[in-house]
Design a protein around this ligand. Structure first.
Ligand code: ADP
Ligand code: MG
Length: 323
């Protein structure tokens, strides 16, 4: 049973960055507007996420850490998901591979509760002052999973992954003021002003401001999209700056990504990629987010229509812009 629990946990929690992703997604789902992430030792020693969201009621806190406990599935309907989480796997998975403390209170309550789980067992459970949100702390990540620990990179590299996770979350939720500290040093601070174009410029700096193309909103049969990208004067040597956000979720849409690369190949210098944000807002019944618990893959039912429209727009926008 213990082994099964840890294998299952590994599906969702493969690195410190996946802990941060799951916890911050929970904060976003809880309607937080400000989220602070602190890490030590690249996240292995300590990860904490503090939010100002709706909180968890005292009697619901023990339930939240149980497997498959989610408050988010609308009448069990997978096709109506509007939250980032829906499987109820993250908290029990993190608890299986770390020492996890959750302290929270529901909005309007004047007392909260704090529960600590180690090796899947509750080792502390007491009342706590109401703090107007939730604090989650994960310590000693992977201490009980040597194989996973061996896969973890140097702290500096892991902090880089964590920072990338937060940058992606900011592009999908630009209304959140996000802060990241590593060893007490601030590495990222976003304004949370709410606009995706401004968020992209915020993340990439002034360089982008004069070289950004906002191609506006295009309608699709089952939704619409907005394409924002750097012109051919600002390119990157890797595709890591291509961001696809589907229904407010940063997503990997493999065929779409590959087709976009085809579309600008030959227009941009060889091996160069734009900084790009494709915001797709689709009828939730036209996509499948349930492909893999950690891989962020989303399947579009109308992939061909999206690809044709986006690539046509991409080609004409970059083609028109002399470098
Ligand atoms: P999921 O996000 O898939 O529902 P999780 O294991 O990540 O599953 O979380 C379990 C439950 O705990 C959530 O459904 C939610 O009710 C509650 N929860 C977790 N984190 C927070 C938070 N930061 N604020 C409020 N509620 C939270
Ligand atoms: Mg979750």
């Amino acid at each position: 049973e213990e082994v099964v629990r840890m294998i299952a946990a590994g599906e969702v929690i493969e690195s410190p960055a996946s802990v941060v992703k799951e916890l911050v997604e929970n904060s976003i789902d809880a309607a937080a507007s400000s989220i602070r992430v602190d890490v030590k030792g690249g996240g292995l020693a300590h990860i904490s996420v503090v939010d100002d969201g709706v909180g968890i009621a005292a009697d619901e806190l023990p339930v939240a850490i149980q497997r498959h406990a989610t408050s988010k599935l609308p009448e069990g309907r997978l096709d109506a998901i509007t939250t980032l989480g829906f499987r109820g796997e993250a908290l029990p998975s993190i608890a299986a591979v770390s020492e996890l403390t959750i302290t929270s209170s529901a909005k309007g309550e004047n007392v909260g509760r704090s529960i600590t789980v180690r090796d899947g067992k509750v080792v502390a459970d007491h009342a706590a002052p109401a703090s107007g949100g939730t604090v989650v702390v994960a310590r000693h990540l992977f201490r009980n999973v040597p194989a996973r620990l061996a896969m973890v990179d140097k702290p500096q590299v892991e902090v880089g992954h964590i920072s990338q996770v937060l940058r992606r979350l900011y592009l999908s939720s630009p209304h959140i003021a996000l802060r990241l500290y590593s060893e007490g040093k601030m590495l990222l601070s976003t304004s949370g002003q709410g606009d995706r174009l401004a968020a992209l410029i915020e993340l990439y700096g002034g360089e982008l401001e004069e070289h950004i193309l906002d191609l506006g909103i295009r309608e699709l049969r089952y939704g619409r999209y907005r394409l924002i990208l750097s012109d051919s004067a600002v390119t990157r040597p890797s595709r890591h700056h291509i961001n696809i956000v589907v229904n407010n979720r940063w997503a990997q849409v493999k065929a779409l990504l590959a087709s976009m690369e085809q579309a600008y190949r030959g227009i941009l210098p060889k091996g160069r990629h734009p900084i790009l944000l494709l915001q797709l807002d689709l009828d939730p019944s036209r996509l499948d987010v349930n492909v893999h618990p950690a891989k962020q893959e989303v399947k579009l039912l109308d992939e061909r229509e999206v690809i044709e429209s986006v690539c046509e727009q991409l080609r004409s926008a970059l083609g028109k812009n002399p470098s």
